[in-house]
Write a protein that binds this ligand. Structure first.
Ligand code: ZN
Length: 433
């Protein structure tokens, strides 16, 4: 006689949408030690918490591949401005006065919103990154954290060494945390500084996360000063040899396509492009040639940290511009899921051996019902309220519609911090360009 096995969690009779968008009915998923241990066609009795999923859909969690999570504390402060004023007159001056604790509470606030919206992993780019690592560990989400480095900073050497020691110190702290170098962008990092950062990343055996060709102005400026596009410059100093997250890459040129390889991923954030009038660039016309994933950018430009909203805008811009038969649901789902491949975690599918980062969807609500096509229900109709539970590494981070980590003291701190930010006002920019 078989001994009855015990599990941490049994998702019984689930309707699965896997990482490729394939749909399977009435499967039972057995989770233990943070992993999907087996998936059966027929429920088999076992000890452990049973979650009845007969009326629900189970999908992999979402990745937000580009955020500045702590900027949630600045959300709504810089509206109706152009991109240059957004940076130089609003955001950099406010940021110059932020303290490590402002960054910490901003991160917790942003993570709370991301968990509510189904994000199970995010890649972040900001300063005081040790505080963001703390927020990741406390909240239960996964984070790939890149300390931001400005090549134009007066303290460049010190900032680079601080980033390297943070990576060394934190890299083995949790299976939910990984780190990489975060050079801000080629327009704020002259070539020799950028090269030093990439070199240090190689020595540490980590990747980089960088803003690249965000605006057409940046590309023109780079061509004028160096005779090369930002992509060409990054390639010349070895930036494409290592795992690479490119934030935006909106104004990629045809010749830049040659540098893309299997370690390169793009984080696309259409809401920011629309709000800051950055144009459409070349991402839509090249979308089937490029490894595109979804990011949200910071809430000071995007106002929300919701990957589905960004994906929806990406598809709608693409359809509105040309052929409504393009940007198909399955391709959009693959784009949403591709972010998992960019990160160092064993997530992004519902198969035996993958880590259990899962969303359980209740689509039996007026906004999503009837469910003729579950991908359409999720991509075009759903809201965060349809995500009933979210699980990271086999543990609930959202349960019965509520984010699990404690929110009450956080609210007071956010109220206090936001008042202080207004009182402190704007300071001198740390860098100018
Ligand atoms: Zn950004």
């Amino acid at each position: 006689m078989n001994r009855v096995q015990s599990w941490d969690m049994i998702l019984k009779d689930a309707n699965i949408i896997d990482g490729e968008g394939n749909i399977y009915r009435a499967k039972t998923i057995y989770v233990k030690d943070g992993k999907i241990q087996k998936i059966l066609d027929q429920y088999e009795y076992g000890f452990g918490e049973i979650i009845e999923c007969e009326n629900y859909f189970v999908t992999p969690g979402f990745v937000n591949l580009h955020s500045h999570v702590s900027m949630n504390i600045l959300k709504g402060l810089a509206e109706d401005v152009n991109i240059n004023d957004w940076f130089n007159e609003e955001i950099f001056p406010y940021e110059s006065k932020l303290t490590p604790m402002d960054v910490y509470y901003g991160a917790l606030l942003g993570i709370s919103e991301m968990i509510d919206n189904g994000v199970t992993s995010f890649a972040d780019h900001y300063f005081f990154a040790d505080k963001i690592c703390d927020a990741v560990i406390e909240s239960g989400i996964r984070g790939d954290i890149a300390p931001t480095i400005f090549g134009l900073s007066d303290n460049f050497e010190e900032d680079l060494e601080d980033a390297a020691s943070l990576i060394e110190k934190k890299r083995n702290q949790s299976t939910r945390l990984s780190l990489r170098m975060g050079p801000h962008a080629p327009y704020t990092c002259p070539n020799e500084k950028l090269k030093k950062i990439v070199q240090r990343a190689k020595e540490l055996n980590v990747g980089i996360h960088i803003h690249l060709s965000e605006t057409s102005g940046q590309v023109e400026e780079s061509l004028k000063s160096y005779g090369k596009t930002p992509f060409e410059r990054l390639n010349e100093i070895g930036g494409f040899d290592i795992p690479l997250i490119i934030a935006h890459g909106l104004w990629i040129k045809k010749e830049d396509l040659n540098y893309i390889n299997d370690k390169t991923y793009f984080a696309v954030c259409p809401k920011t492009y629309m709000k800051l009038g950055m144009g459409h660039g070349s991402l839509w016309s090249n979308y089937d040639k490029l490894p595109l994933c979804i990011g949200t950018d910071g809430a000071a430009s995007s106002n929300t940290l919701n990957p589905l909203e960004q994906l929806r805008l990406f598809a709608l811009i693409g359809k509105a511009e040309g052929n409504s038969e393009n940007f198909k649901l399955k391709n959009m789902w693959e784009m949403l899921m591709r972010g998992h491949k960019a990160l160092n975690f064993n997530t992004g599918n519902i198969k035996e051996g993958y880590d259990a980062d899962l969303l359980i969807w209740d689509l039996n609500m007026p906004n999503t019902y009837p469910i003729y096509n579950p991908l359409a229900s999720i991509i075009y109709s759903s809201e965060s309220k349809n995500i009933l539970h979210s699980i990271v590494e086999g543990k609930f981070v959202k349960r019965d519609g509520k984010v699990v980590f404690k929110n009450t003291p956080l609210w007071k701190e956010i109220e206090r911090t936001s008042k202080e930010i207004l009182k402190k006002g704007k300071g001198a920019n740390k860098i100018s360009y």
